[in-house]
Design a binder for this molecule. Structure first.
Ligand SMILES: Nc1nc2c(c(=O)[nH]1)N[C@H]1C(S)=C(S)[C@@H](COP(=O)(O)O)O[C@H]1N2
Ligand SMILES: [Mo]
Length: 398
């Protein structure tokens, strides 16, 4: 039986081994004021941008987004509590399904792999707060750039199949999820999330035991995690241990008051205002990111340069990505690469030959198959969620 152990001591030791990197590409302007990002290496991870080590909040450097699929060792990490699992003995680990069901289940990892059909989806996983650092006025919370996201091929067993095996009772309302991380008694309540029962029973929601064909890394939720394609990662509960079917809505800090958005079009309010009504954050909005060239890159006039990036939305394929080099006066369609299904991101590319020296801003705007696009002004909300303003990458043509 496989056993994965990463000792706590090694965990903390690596967390302390920080590398300050100054010659680091693609710095958005929020980081230009002398703050070089610190790169840090955690177990099973390559050097990632450090937001905090306890709890681990590690961001993927932009260079990894030149690939359609984000490698496991480069995928971002975000935990809320400091007390996170650093080893799991899969010989004794069980996924417990209980509550408002005909019977209680205790499934081993082998049971989950053998007793249920295996499904595979490539899906963007993105933190609700990805891009938070770009909001004006500033919003509290992890100051993520663009790297709290990744495009990963996940495999596992449908949640629906597992719930049906337990026998969901008719009056079920909410399905709750809890992982092996425990609360920080003084500050951080237990990270419990829930999905309305209709959502939990959707075909595409599943319990993943593989990422890109490998077991999950410890930091990304070994041995299994929930995957809710199209929805923000706050629902993708890691190191899942308990699923509880409820006859009323869960009472959990992480569903209320946390992770809620204004119940308004665009989920926004006037900067600084508090929303009257909120709802749980859910489906991701449409977004594109410019990956190359880097901010403040120097380009040669008369020479062709490849502009490239990625675009996605919460479950609707990207219809087109338009780029502009004249602050939105004229737009041209970028060449769109193949996605890996509607939950994956697509890469795009545009060849530009600047003719006149000067400062230029490169804008990119994605639109999905149902017409949702990106705003010219940021849609502000008090938690700094769902950043998807059209980017403006400044470059110098000489
Ligand atoms: N058990 C557990 N699952 C969790 C969290 C957590 O703190 N504990 N954080 C959630 C949030 S907010 C995010 S953004 C993703 C991050 O997943 P990753 O660390 O694999 O990138 O995990 C989600 N699942
Ligand atoms: Mo998140």
């Amino acid at each position: 039986m496989m056993k994965r152990i990463v000792s706590r001591r090694n965990f903390l030791k690596t967390a302390g081994a920080l590398t300050a990197v100054t010659a680091f590409g693609s710095l958005p302007s929020t980081l230009m004021a002398g703050e070089a990002p610190r790169l840090v290496k955690f177990p099973e991870k390559t050097e990632l941008i450090l937001l905090s080590s306890r709890p681990p909040q590690l961001e993927t450097p932009l260079k990894y987004f030149k690939e359609l699929i984000t490698p496991n060792d480069a995928l971002f990490v975000r935990w809320h509590s400091m007390d996170i699992p650093t080893s799991v003995d899969v010989g004794s680990w069980k996924l417990n399904i209980s509550g408002n069901t005909e019977k209680e289940l205790n499934l081993s990892l082998d049971d989950i792999k053998k007793d249920f059909e295996k499904v595979t989806y490539t899906a963007v996983m993105q933190c609700s707060g990805n891009g938070r650092s770009f909001f004006q006025p500033r919003v509290q919370g992890g100051q993520w750039l663009h790297g709290a996201m990744g495009n990963v091929t996940w495999s596992g067993a449908r949640l629906k199949d597992i719930l049906n095996k337990a026998g969901l009772k008719k009056d079920s309302v909410d399905v709750a999820f809890n992982g092996l991380d425990t609360p920080d008694p003084s500050s951080i309540p237990d990270f419990k999330k829930s999905l309305p029962v209709d959502k939990a029973l959707e075909e595409e929601v599943f319990i993943a035991y593989e990422m890109n064909g490998e077991p999950l890394t410890m930091l990304n939720g070994f041995p299994v995690r929930l995957v809710v394609p199209g929805w923000y990662a706050t629902y993708w509960v890691k190191a899942l241990s308990d699923i509880t079917v409820l006859t009323k809505e869960i009472n959990s800090f992480w569903m209320k008051p946390a992770y809620r958005i204004p119940d308004t079009p665009g989920a926004c309010v006037a900067p600084g205002a508090s929303p009257k009504h909120t709802i749980p954050i859910n489906r991701m909005n449409t977004k594109s990111v410019v990956v190359e060239p880097e901010i403040n890159a120097t380009l040669k006039s008369g020479a062709a340069v490849d502009i490239m990036g990625l675009a996605f939305s919460g479950g609707y394929s990207i219809k087109d990505v338009l780029v502009s080099m004249d602050n939105g006066k004229t737009w041209a369609a970028a060449e769109l690469g193949k996605d890996k299904g509607r939950y994956s991101w697509a890469q795009w590319r545009f060849t530009w030959k600047p003719v006149k020296p000067g400062k230029y801003s490169i804008l990119a705007r994605a639109t999905n198959s149902i017409g949702d696009s990106q705003p010219f002004e940021s849609l502000w909300n008090p938690s700094g969620f769902m950043w998807n303003k059209i980017e403006s990458i400044e470059v110098n043509v000489v």
